[in-house]
Design a protein around this ligand. Sequence first.
Ligand code: GLU
Length: 286
Amino acid sequence: MTDVSLGPSGYRGRLAPSPTGLLHVGHARTFWIAAQRAIKNRGTLILRNEDLDPQRSRAEFVRAMMEDLRWLGIDWSEGPDVDGPYGSYSQSERRAHYLEAWRRLREGGFLYPCTCSRKDLAQAASAPNDTDDEPVYPGTCRKRKDVAEFREPAGVNWRFRVPDGEVVEFTDLNLGQQRYAAARDFGDFLVWRRDDVPAYQLAVVVDDAAMRITEVVRGADLLKSTARQLLLWRALGYATPDYFHCELVRDAAGARLAKRHDALSIRHLRESGMTAEKVLEMAGWP
Ligand code: GLU
């Protein structure tokens, strides 16, 4: 078992799974690394249940992810099932925090409402995009003058206006120097959805700040999102954490295992008789 009673050294790390399916081998690797780094730094590890999306999140997956993590030998000292000082550790119960951030960003002139449909966006996307990422927004709604009319975010999409051409740079503790140009590598991104659900980028920054996370360990598929999030951290006036992005686990053909959820779910492997050590070995650990 990982010993979460070490700490507190000041280091605070987090595991942030979304309960939209069973955890798979790729998650095992990232979360194991996150747990090892918390132990090595004599820190505190928290579990945050990223159940923002009511259409896709399921209570049975929350239970399954906690069981599967513990079966792997990963434990936490604050989380949905262990009280901590930062309120609820489930995003579906943290709406007031996101709303406050939305208000501050809107008042600071960082946001605008967007009524483009998915079809508009698909038509506007000229160049082939990264398959794993959202297309660069063409800026159609940037000029809207009705921002001040909205007291609540619901009913339209809300986008963060990125500073055109600014290069966002950071040193990843695992993968080294990273550089992304705003408006070229990523565009004005969603912070709130028209169906009144806060978007991932906003929720994760608000929570990492509120929960005093000092190091974010997560998959390398989120590197570009880190660039977006650094803009949000700055707009909200928070000091940023360190970042450690883990290489993604791929199969022999180079495909990401995340795409093959079920066959490689930790649950399935465990039920087929595999030990936790073997699952971690399959995940490329150590
Ligand atoms: N909940 C996100 C996911 O499962 C990860 C968020 C993060 O680590 O920042 O992909």
